[in-house]
Design a protein around this ligand. Sequence first.
Ligand code: BES
Ligand code: MN
Ligand code: ZN
Length: 492
Amino acid sequence: MTSRLTLQFVSQDKAPSYPVMLLVSAKDSNPFLDAAGKALDQTFNGAISRAMTEASFKADPGEDVVIRGTEGSVILVGIGANDAIGVESENLGGHIMAAMAKSKLKDITLMASGRSADWVASLAYGAYLAGYHFSRYFTKGKNANPTQASMAIVVDDPKATTSAYQRLEGIASGVFMARDLVSEPSNILYPAEYANRCLELSKLGIEVQVLNDDDMSKEGMHLLLAVGQGSERESRMVVMRWNGGGNEDPMVLIGKGVCFDTGGISIKPAAGMEDMKWDMGGSAAVVGAMKAIAAAGIKRNVVGLVGLVENMPDGKAIKPGDVVTSMSGQTVEIINTDAEGRLVLADVMTYAQRHLKPSIMIDLATLTGAILVSLGMVQSGLFANNDHLASAISNAAAATGEGTWRMPLGKDYDKLIDSKIADMKNIGGRYGGSVTAACFLQRFVENDTPWAHLDIAGMAWSDKAKPTVPAGGTGYGVRLLTHFVEHFQPSS
Ligand code: BES
Ligand code: MN
Ligand code: ZN
């Protein structure tokens, strides 16, 4: 699905049509009108400055006042004192969408002359992201046909602004794809159907390869297959190659794609189990990032891999105590069939290292409930065997507002997953569950490949809206990964 907002950048050759939105900056907490604002204030015989005073308008970021004059309506939106390009300007775009919804003025002219093309483009990007909706399954009422909004944005240089924006719109298309995938229920989005959606990325110049159960069996991916073996639906792995970077070794992105996680034989309680349709949020971030990277034409080599399975209890399902040989050759005792994501990821990581020569490897997964206990729904958990890679990921997180917080690894945690019968077991003890899960993954890193793991269990879905992220599937990770991939330089 896409945004409710359509927008275009125009030059100021005639008087703007109402309703008009003015962006109001503040200096030392005092709001002041720009040239366009002053001109309009004159047309309104000073009604705009009077309204600002009466409402004690401070022009704080996102603060809004509506003036309904006889000539037409004017919405003032505060933008504060900060004109940085990035999370702040994107959030302002989100506030603009909120102000439009609140005022019920849905087709506006936004006055943005005198401001840089990149700043305006990023504001527009934020508004566009905020306009996303997933209304596919409503057949009637307001939800089936959400209010459309439009914005003519008056700028100094429509051409430059449009070209800056197009790149960002490409990234938004990746965010939207991830949100769509996360929002889809598992009766619609099962592994084979998910793989079909990935195949559509070939239109953008991404090479897409799909492996089925037989293909993965030949590769020895018995951990991944063990998770899927209790389901009527076959498993899939999708490999997506983007060759934008000449002959550099590829950066590899890996995603957990559990289309539904019942827990398997170690079945989950009924309450809230519906949330486990979004246990494929890590894979959605990877697929969305691949789309964003291609749509924005980023000049790097990237391979995205997603392991797609459904974790079901069944006569054929994996059972507690079973021992399975991984693609790496290491054996795993399955203590709890609900710790399935790490099993899927382990084989995909091995596949990546045996076939793709990754320069670095990052996996994303809704891996543990424990990360929600540690970090809430504010940041993901970042685990890494390499400080340079970890700090590059943290920088991308800060630049995009998709936060992450470094968590530990180490021998004393790792020994908690030693097994009495096999090379390792798939859960640690009662405590430190996110760390022991990461330690499990680390056992599948070969030759010290720089590797990082993002546990996004708290981030893939949100019941509360943020300025540029409506409630529902968030698309968390797409912006972070896209930014990372564009800027990362291996340390020499
Ligand atoms: N998919 C869950 C983790 C999860 C929990 C994601 C809540 C999103 C919200 C994962 O497969 C799981 O079940 N993990 C178990 C691990 C345990 C059995 C060691 C958990 O966190 O309880
Ligand atoms: Mn589980
Ligand atoms: Zn899971």
